[in-house]
Design a protein around this ligand. Structure first.
Ligand code: FE2
Length: 373
């Protein structure tokens, strides 16, 4: 059963206010930035590279409302990001938190057996001081704590405003990161649930098991962890056994280990958002027509026009608190690893449990095409 408990049962060892940014390692940030601008509607924000005195990598920061994505490409084969990319391909390296006191957050996590990714690092220029520290999580993914209260610059020392030629795109109006999902190996999900409970003091508020989500071929298990203020929600998936290879196993094979499976981006007008993203060329999972036949009986009355919902291929799910609308992109790299979810919440704080079945069936159609089912 999927269980949603709304009571806070965790322990807030240090305040988790919000995510600061997500950093991607990528083989060619210059071109990737073009994709996230014209397809996903991000705008240029900040840049660091040789022109700003940073010689071993380039980083582009893109912004859309409260979402900040950083795309980093190493410029040398001996840079750590080069090894990371060789193993995983393009993907998410760092899920970073805003922090009032980065050293305290880091030391607090280490005192509960988190592993250091890098020690507290202070950098500064004439605009002030910037402090960062990082701990490891699943796979080769890390969490940075970023303290900017004494820094007045646009992003961090070494960064300048990113100025790029204008491009045309439809504005999807994406607002913020709703949740970020990690895939871990079979049998490891509960260890990572324990990690987020122990290290961050998060609470486990949703549980899915094989009985909730399964097809003839594959199924998944998931535990959703959240911060006290609900701003941070991290589902952790592991594969469950099925007749053929599950989508989680396919991810683990192609990513060569655990990592971020999808980032869910929140909108307050999913019809506008999906229309814009489709116009911009973003590819979404195919939703079979049969899904819409049984939709009214499954979710009841919704405010949106059902014809538009079907034309745009949007999924709908309902729970005790309300409903949500969502849709999943195809993987955004050649390896079938990272993808995006677009989500609008109308009262529901769930994750679309009722849609996972429909989703699985359509993912399997895609897996079959790649010969991995
Ligand atoms: Fe999701």
């Amino acid at each position: 059963m999927a269980i949603i408990t709304t009571d806070w049962t965790g322990t807030e060892y240090f305040p988790i206010t919000d995510l600061a940014y997500v950093e991607f390692y990528t083989g060619n940030a210059k071109q990737v930035v073009h994709f996230y601008r014209t397809a996903f509607g991000f705008t240029p924000y900040a840049y660091a590279g040789p022109e700003t005195g940073v010689f071993d990598k380039v980083s582009y920061v893109l912004k859309q409302n409260k979402i900040y994505f950083v795309f980093t490409t190493p410029l040398k084969s001996d840079h750590y990001a080069s090894q990371w990319l060789k193993k995983h391909g393009d993907g998410v390296r760092d899920i970073a938190f805003h922090s009032e006191d980065a050293v305290f957050a880091y030391e607090s996590c280490l005192s509960r057996d988190a592993e250091s990714a890098y020690e507290p690092t202070r950098s500064g220029d004439d605009l002030g001081n910037y402090m960062k520290a990082g701990i490891k999580t699943y796979g080769d993914t890390i969490h940075s704590f970023v303290e900017t209260k004494n820094y007045k610059g646009i992003w961090a020392p070494g960064f300048v405003e990113l100025d790029m030629p204008e491009v045309n795109f439809d504005d999807p109006g994406l607002l913020l990161i709703d949740h970020i999902v990690g895939n871990v190996e079979e049998g490891k999900m509960n260890e990572w649930r324990d990690y987020y409970e122990r290290v961050f003091g998060f609470t486990n508020f949703v549980v899915f098991d094989e009985n909730d989500i399964s097809t003839k071929y594959s199924s998944l298990k998931s535990r959703v962890m959240r911060s006290k203020n609900w701003k941070v929600k991290f589902p952790i998936n592991e594969p469950a056994s099925g007749l053929k290879k599950s989508q989680i196993e396919e991810y683990l094979d192609f990513n060569e280990g655990p990592g971020v499976q999808h980032i869910a981006l929140l909108t307050d007008d999913i019809i506008k958002t999906i229309t814009a993203l489709r116009n911009n060329g973003v590819e979404f999972l195919f939703v079979p027509d049969s899904y819409y036949g049984e939709l009214p009986s499954r979710v009841g009355q919704i405010q949106e026009d059902l014809n538009k919902i079907q034309d745009l291929g949007i999924l709908v799910d309902r729970d005790e608190e309300g409903y949500l609308l969502q849709l999943f992109s195809k993987p955004v790299e050649d390896r079938p690893t990272l993808f995006f979810e677009i989500i609008q919440r109308k009262g529901s704080r769930g994750f679309g449990q009722g849609n996972f079945q429909a989703l699985f069936e359509s993912i399997e159609i895609e897996q079959e095409k790649r010969g991995n089912l």
